[in-house]
Design a protein around this ligand. Structure first.
Ligand code: HEC
Ligand SMILES: [Cu+2]
Length: 336
């Protein structure tokens, strides 16, 4: 499916109007939404209600630093929310559901907690009426179907001695009866693939190369580029620009200890941790895409890892995952 089709299931129009140009009658009944860093309360109000198809006018202002406003799972440019200024936007939702709006500027350690909801009710005039409302579980995530415990350790007992190469893997894979399907790739860790090749005459490093090829053949240059962009915007501040778990907030996270207030059952049992190092082969080669998807969708429930399920589309999450594995594999020299 093409990205444009996927995102256009929910149409949205964003218009940033000059304050002076706004008709007075709209101005008068438009709620003023205040943004503050999460420690001081985040968005206020943080629940907004609107009917399907009805333009939702919002006035946004910040009471402290520069914040940004965007709605999750939507193809929209984020809008800056400036201290002492008012920004007008108009959104129109053509599908009912619970949408998440969130801050897009790194305003502090708890930046990602700056989230609110827009409840869109009423009949959808979407041409495909059978579609469930957004926010309802459209599909059971793969980690649930596979019965994966995403909180259990998943270390690869063996790791490659050098970075596996997709291009050598491709030559080796030519005569192998390996499953190249997307489902197989998503359900298995690279280490599992390495293990399945133990009955061949290949060396260890050749088996890792085949795994690298399998991963590479299940992603595209476009997907990697998207993943990289999403990563830089949303993940690098904790996980580090180069994936090494050393983002600008990594130390703060460690210091924050158990001050987490993430509200999901189980949060009490989990403690704040340092961000995962995606360049660590022991960790990453022992993880399947389905497991990583589960972690990204659900979050760490108190570990400091935010939940992203209501922010990104499913496709965006697979793009992110494809990018995370690129810290492990050498994809050079393979053309799509
Ligand atoms: C506020 C800091 C923070 C941000 C932002 C963040 N993470 Fe994390 N992440 C963590 C921490 C801490 C952990 C380790 C604890 C855990 O696994 O729950 C983690 C763990 C993970 C894991 C689990 C890996 C494994 O082997 O189990 C994945 C996958 C992940 N993050 C992906 C992402 C992606 C993708 C983004 C951006 C969309 C992101 N994270 C943004 C803090 C963060
Ligand atoms: Cu903010």
């Amino acid at each position: 499916m093409k990205r444009s089709e996927l995102l256009s299931r929910i149409l949205i129009t964003v218009a940033v109007l000059a304050t002076v140009g706004t008709p007075l009658f709209i101005w008068a009944r438009t709620p003023l939404i205040h943004a503050k860093i999460a420690e001081d309360g985040g968005w206020n109000p943080d629940i907004i209600k609107v009917n399907v198809g009805e333009p939702l006018h919002l006035k946004l202002t910040s009471d402290d630093v520069v914040h940004g406003f965007a709605v999750g799972q939507m193809d929209m440019q984020s809008v800056d929310v400036l201290p002492g200024k008012v920004t007008d936007i108009t959104l129109t939702f053509d599908r009912p559901g619970i949408y998440t709006f969130f801050c897009t500027r790194w305003c502090g350690l708890n930046h990602w907690r700056m989230r609110g909801t827009i409840e869109v009710t009423g009949a959808s005039d979407s041409p495909i009426p059978a579609e469930p409302a957004l926010g309802e579980v459209e599909r059971v995530p793969m980690y649930v179907t596979l019965g994966l415990d995403i909180d259990a350790p998943h270390e690869a007992p063996v790791i490659p001695s050098s970075q596996p190469s997709a291009s050598s893997g491709r030559k080796l894979a030519a005569n192998l009866p390996i499953d190249r399907s997307t489902d197989y790739y998503r359900a298995n860790s690279p280490y599992q693939v390495f293990g399945e090749l133990s009955n061949t005459s290949m060396t260890d490093s050749q088996r890792w190369d085949v795994a690298a090829y399998l991963w590479q053949s299940n992603t595209t240059a476009e997907s990697l580029a998207n993943g990289q962009q999403l990563y830089a915007q949303n993940c690098a501040a904790c996980h580090g620009e180069n994936g090494a778990g050393d983002g600008v907030f990594a130390d703060d996270l460690a210091a924050a200890g158990e001050s987490s207030t993430q509200t999901m059952t189980g949060a009490d049992n989990m403690t704040m941790q340092t961000p995962v190092d995606f360049t660590d082969p022991t960790r990453m080669l022992g993880a399947s895409p389905a497991l990583l998807q589960g972690k990204i969708l659900r979050g760490g429930m108190g570990t400091g890892m935010p939940m992203w399920g209501s922010i990104f589309t499913e496709e965006q999450i697979w793009d992110l995952i494809a990018y995370l594995y690129s810290f492990q594999f050498n994809y050079q020299g393979v053309t799509q």
